[in-house]
Design a protein around this ligand. Structure first.
Ligand SMILES: Nc1nc2c(ncn2[C@@H]2O[C@H](COP(=O)(O)OP(=O)(O)OP(=O)(O)O)[C@@H](O)[C@H]2O)c(=O)[nH]1
Ligand SMILES: [Mg+2]
Length: 218
């Protein structure tokens, strides 16, 4: 099957939803294909989205953790979307809200029919915290492929970077092909071609029939 390549530079803002639990009311999840960007607050989600789409201010970035409160949805084409999820694990958020937030994330991963991949972004200097592991486990349990992206890789020297990448790969080996691990730097563009290849694959999910694939290309 010949697949058309998705031009991620075409991404444009579609909607903001106030919370995950209500996203389905704004955008029915049985339509099209969605790729979510999840990660701890300040992990570099918005920066990665901007780097991958080659747009400086598609997603808002900030030095203050917890900046992205809304769920921001960006459209690639009529059928495909990228979703910038609010960061989890933000220290200043009350515990009850954190629990509510985790629950909503879990439900999103389990119930969102259009979700065809989750990018779990982690600062390469602090990978695989409990909530990251939970995200990965939830996604794989729902048979959604995961890209564990080790962000801000420019902060480490090459040898330290590869050491962490190998350690994280080893820690996630039991998930098999469901989880891929790559280093990434929004600042330097490191890892960008690999990530775009993976996202492109997710945009053409195998669970669609050839006819459905063809209708997506129209
Ligand atoms: N050196 C370096 N800094 C980065 C990189 N990516 C992000 N940052 C910085 O990390 C901080 C947080 O980045 P954001 O992209 O806003 O992080 P986020 O995950 O969207 O954060 P929330 O929306 O608050 O959850 C900002 O100060 C960015 O400039 C990177 O690749 N290299
Ligand atoms: Mg953000």
């Amino acid at each position: 099957m010949t697949e058309s390549r998705i031009d991620f530079r075409r991404a444009k803002f579609l909607i903001s939803a106030p919370d995950i639990a209500h996203l389905d009311q704004y955008l029915p999840g049985d339509l099209g294909i969605e790729i979510a960007f999840a990660g701890r607050s300040n992990a570099g989600k918005s920066s990665a989205l901007n780097a991958l789409t080659e747009q400086k201010s598609l997603a808002r970035t900030s030095k203050t953790p917890g900046r992205t409160q809304l769920i921001n949805v960006f459209e690639l084409d009529e059928q495909r979307r990228l979703v910038d999820l609010p960061g989890y694990g933000f220290a200043q958020v009350p515990l009850a809200m954190k629990h509510k937030w985790q629950q909503a994330l879990g439900e999103y991963l389990q119930k969102r029919a259009c979700l065809s991949g989750v990018v779990v972004l982690m600062d390469i200097r602090h990978p695989l915290k409990d909530l990251d592991m939970q995200m990965i486990e939830w996604a794989v349990a729902s048979e959604i492929p995961v890209l564990a992206l080790l962000t801000k890789s420019d902060k480490l020297a090459q040898s330290a970077k590869m050491k962490t990448v190998n350690e994280v790969r080893k820690a996630l080996v039991d998930f098999g092909d469901w989880v891929q691990v790559e280093p990434f730097s929004s600042l330097k563009g490191t890892g960008k071609p690999k990530v775009l290849n993976i996202l492109n694959e997710w945009c053409h999910p195998q669970w669609l029939t050839e006819e459905e694939q063809a209708s997506l290309e129209e």
